[in-house]
Design a protein around this ligand. Structure first.
Ligand code: GAR
Length: 191
């Protein structure tokens, strides 16, 4: 059995899509959802999906190696960030080389970096008058949005699109592609 841990800070729609997808994938499961936000919608989604949740605070995450040790002790094959808004600490990145992936709601390397997350990304894309946006799935390193790109998909953006319009198009791409790409990455990992 292969084990995935999902990290999420917000609504958790991507986490839910991935969890639903993996109910039909043999020999793989979502073992845990971890979050930095006790008010995150993902917690209620996890409860309905019967997936355990681990909440942690900033001090635990950055000033101790408790999360890293816990994941190392759980035989985790892949860590999937699904709307997780904090930078991954160095010890965690080093403990799981090429085993942490993230989704970013734009076409990196454009519109990435510190402060570029969630709705801010769509506002920046609209303000820049871009004619396309999309999603980027990439490996995670110690810098925001700079790890090796694994997959991108695009959508057209028109000059009349609001940030909300762009968000809807991008989220549709995320839900359509992220679960399958995660499954492909997991399948390529040898135990
Ligand atoms: C998603 O659009 C994801 O790409 C973005 O947060 C949203 C979470 O939505 N992630 C980032 O901006 C990371 N830098 P969800 O909670 O409904 O899955």
């Amino acid at each position: 059995m292969k084990h995935i841990v999902l990290f999420a800070s917000g609504s958790g729609s991507n986490a839910e899509k991935i969890a639903e997808y993996f109910t039909d994938v043999p020999n793989a499961e979502i073992s845990l959802i971890v979050s930095n936000n006790p008010k995150a919608g993902v917690i209620e989604r996890a409860r309905k999906l019967h997936i355990p949740v681990l909440l942690f605070d900033r001090t635990t995450f950055y000033d101790t190696d408790r999360i890293t040790q816990l994941l190392l002790n759980q035989d985790i094959d892949l860590i999937v960030l699904a709307g997780f808004m904090w930078l991954m600490p160095t010890d965690l990145v080093r403990a799981f080389p090429n085993k942490i992936v993230n989704i970013h709601p734009a076409l990196l390397p454009k519109f990435g970096g510190k402060g570029m997350y969630g709705h801010f990304v769509h506002e920046a894309v609209a303000a820049a008058g871009e004619t396309e946006s999309g999603i980027t799935i990439h490996y995670v390193n110690e810098r925001y949005d700079e790890g090796q790109i694994i997959f991108q998909a695009t959508c057209a953006v028109s000059h009349t699109d609001t940030p909300d319009d762009i968000a809807r198009k991008v989220q549709a791409l995320e839900h359509a592609h992220y679960p399958r790409v995660v499954a492909d990455i997991l399948a390529s990992i040898t135990k």
